[in-house]
Design a binder for this molecule. Structure first.
Ligand code: FO1
Length: 307
C-alpha cells in the first residue's frame, strides 16, 4: 500500500503519476480539508474535488480546478440575485456541492461522501479526507484573520501575512482510516503541495506526525519549491510568515522529523548536500510535471528513493 498526503492541484497531478506505476486500488490519498468552506450555503471541499475530479479525468486542465467544459448559468443567476462572485462555481461543480451539502445534512460524514463521489466518478484510488471535523485554515493578515480561500482567491493573496491558524474551528480528529493507512503503508509520499496550508493541516491532526515517525513505511516528500519559487499558490509568503526558509532545504527541515527522503528539482541540486546532512536520502531530477511522462517519472523517482 502506498499513501499520498495531498493538497490540491500539484498533488492531483503527482497522484496521476503514481497511478501509472502503482495499481490505483493500492493507493490511498489523504487529502487536506483546511480549504473547505461554506458559500451560497453550500459545503465546498476544493482539494477533495480537485483530487477526485483530476483522477476521474473530469478536471478543467487549464485551471487545475473546476469541471472541464462546465457552464456557468447558475453562477450568473446567483450573482444577479446578489450572491458573491469571487469564487467561480460551474453548474456541474455546483451539483457536487449541492449533493455534498444534502448528504451532510442527512447525516453522512465527509469520508462517506468522498468515497461515494469517487465511486460514482470511477476512481479506484481510495480518497480519505484528512478529517470529518471542520478544520478551516485561517490566514492572519494585515486586513484581519480570514479563511484561506478569502486570502487566496477573493483577496488575490495581496495582504501581508503574519501567521496561519490551522483547525481554526477547534480541535479536529483524523478521519477514520487515516492513522491506520499510515501505519500499514509500505511507502508514504508527501505530494509537492504547499507545506503550510496543504500538508500542514494534515500534519497538525493529533497522532498524524507520530504515525509518520513510527510507521515502518519509508516517507518521501517531493519539494513544491523549485529554485526558491512555488509552482502554484502562495507557498512563498506563507513559508516566510511561518519562519521557514523559502527553499527545498526549508521544506526538508519542516518535515525532517518524520522524513526518510526528499526529491528535489535539478535546479536545486546545490542544496542536496545540506538536505542529506539532515539525515535524508536525496534524489535530484526534473520535478516539473508537464505531461503524463514527467508525472510517471517523478512518481518512479520518489518510489525508488523510498524503496
Ligand atoms: N481558485 C481560484 O483561484 N479561483 C476560483 O474561482 C476557484 C474556484 C474553485 C471552485 C471549485 C474548486 O474545487 C476549486 C476552485 N479554486 C478556485 C481552486 C482553489 O481555490 C485552490 O486552488 C485550492 O483550494 C488550493 O488547493
Amino acid at each position: 500500500m502506498v499513501v499520498v498526503l495531498a493538497g490540491g492541484v500539484g498533488a492531483a497531478k503527482f497522484i496521476e503519476g503514481v497511478v501509472q506505476v502503482v495499481p490505483p486500488a493500492q493507493l490511498t490519498a489523504i487529502v487536506n480539508t483546511g480549504d473547505d468552506f461554506v458559500l451560497h450555503g453550500l459545503q465546498i471541499a476544493p482539494d477533495l474535488d480537485i483530487v477526485t475530479c483530476t483522477l476521474a479525468d473530469l478536471i478543467d486542465r487549464q485551471q487545475g480546478w473546476g469541471i472541464a467544459g462546465d457552464t456557468t448559468n447558475c453562477m450568473e443567476w446567483l450573482v444577479r440575485l446578489g450572491g458573491p462572485s469571487w469564487f467561480k462555481l460551474g453548474d456541474r461543480d455546483l451539483a457536487i456541492h449541492l449533493r455534498r451539502t444534502a448528504m451532510r445534512q442527512a447525516g453522512h460524514t465527509l469520508s462517506d461522501i468522498a468515497d461515494h463521489f469517487r465511486q460514482v466518478f470511477g476512481v479506484a484510488v481510495h480518497i480519505l479526507p484528512m478529517s470529518d471535523d471542520p478544520a478551516p485554515t485561517h490566514i492572519l493578515t494585515a486586513a484581519g484573520e480570514v479563511h484561506f480561500e478569502t486570502y487566496f482567491v477573493e483577496r488575490h493573496a495581496q495582504d501581508d501575512v503574519y501567521g496561519v491558524r490551522l483547525h481554526a474551528a477547534g480541535p479536529a480528529r483524523p478521519a477514520p482510516g487515516v492513522l491506520a493507512a499510515i501505519a500499514a503503508a509500505e511507502v508514504v509520499l508527501v505530494a509537492p503541495s504547499n507545506p503550510i496550508v496543504s500538508i500542514g493541516p494534515i500534519l497538525a491532526l493529533p497522532g498524524v506526525r507520530e504515525a509518520l515517525k513510527s510507521t515502518t513505511a519509508r516517507v518521501v516528500a517531493v519539494s513544491p519549491i523549485v529554485g526558491g519559487v512555488a509552482l502554484k499558490g502562495p507557498a512563498v509568503p506563507l513559508l516566510r510568515a511561518t519562519g521557514h526558509e523559502v527553499s527545498a532545504l526549508g521544506v526538508a527541515r519542516a518535515y525532517a522529523d518524520f522524513l526518510d527522503g526528499m526529491v528535489i528539482d535539478q535546479v536545486d541540486a546545490a542544496l542536496a548536500p545540506a538536505i542529506a546532512a539532515l539525515g535524508l536520502r536525496v534524489a535530484v531530477t526534473d520535478t516539473i510535471m508537464r505531461g503524463p511522462g514527467e508525472k510517471a517519472h517523478l512518481a518512479t523517482t520518489a518510489l525508488a528513493l523510498a524503496r
